[in-house]
Write a protein that binds this ligand. Structure first.
Ligand SMILES: CC(C)(COP(=O)(O)OP(=O)(O)OC[C@H]1O[C@@H](n2cnc3c(N)ncnc32)[C@H](O)[C@@H]1OP(=O)(O)O)[C@@H](O)C(=O)NCCC(=O)NCCS
Length: 211
């Protein structure tokens, strides 16, 4: 019974005007590598790294995507790329999908510095959260952020997520175990859609929909 809603969960394409979230694919390799290389300094302080003794991660983009696709088919994650006007500009990844009595997931993201500051990631994350709740039937979504990451803290602030905790040495980021602030939202807190709430934080959502 708990797996029923997975059929609608993945694969999906989510859209809001010029912004598209679609499943990552092996064919994205060339464009993805170019964006990542150009943004190496921008991304490095916030990048997940392999902890000592954890064994090697994927060594090629193909291996990486195949691993993500396997996890997505198993219902454990939803790995999206962000496209704007057909150009790959970032990723939003729904991670750690837990079913059973948790119905939980966490979300990570990054965007090309060229298009930063246009509110793309808040909109992309709102789309992903709406899909987690409406399409995948999850109950709670969490976003974990290093206290130093002021840009990412603005994303959760714009989305109106509540800070629910602090996790010391939570994730291995940029070569060391890093503290994280934890933000969360549940279905009960979103009367309608996150996307609509982002557009109109004080508005009446009762008759709105983004689909
Ligand atoms: C965090 C991040 C995803 C935000 O994406 P975004 O689409 O730019 O989000 P926003 O447009 O809402 O911008 C958020 C804040 O970033 C800052 N910012 C905007 N443009 C910027 C730029 N060109 N350079 C540096 N900072 C910028 C601003 O403070 C902005 O807040 P404001 O809108 O109140 O001015 C993006 O900065 C990023 O990819 N950073 C590197 C990777 C990362 O930190 N990932 C998240 C890990 S938890």
């Amino acid at each position: 019974m708990w797996g029923l809603s997975r059929a609608r969960a993945w694969p999906v394409v989510l859209r809001d005007a010029e912004l598209v979230l679609r499943p990552i694919q092996v064919a994205d390799g060339w464009e993805w590598s170019r964006v990542r290389l150009r943004n190496a300094d921008w991304l490095q302080p916030w990048e997940a790294t392999v902890p000592p003794g954890a064994g090697p991660g994927p060594t090629t983009f193909r291996e990486l995507v195949r691993g993500l696709q396997r996890a997505a088919r198993a219902g454990r994650m939803m790995p999206f790329v962000i496209e704007v006007e057909g150009r790959l500009v970032g990723q939003v990844t729904v991670n750690n999908v837990v079913r059973g009595s948790a119905q939980f997931a966490s979300i990570g993201y990054w965007v090309d510095r060229d298009v930063a500051g246009r509110g793309l990631v808040p909109r992309a994350v709102a789309l992903a959260i709406d899909h987690c709740f409406e399409g995948a039937g999850l109950h709670r979504v969490e976003i974990c952020i290093r206290p130093e990451n002021s840009n990412s803290l603005r994303v959760v602030e714009k989305l109106g997520l509540h800070e629910v905790g602090f996790a010391p040495a939570f994730l291995h980021i940029d070569g060391a175990w890093r503290d994280h602030r934890i933000y969360a939202v549940t279905t009960e807190e979103v009367a309608g859609s996150m996307l609509q709430r982002l557009r109109d934080p004080c508005g009446d959502q009762s008759h709105e929909s983004h689909q």
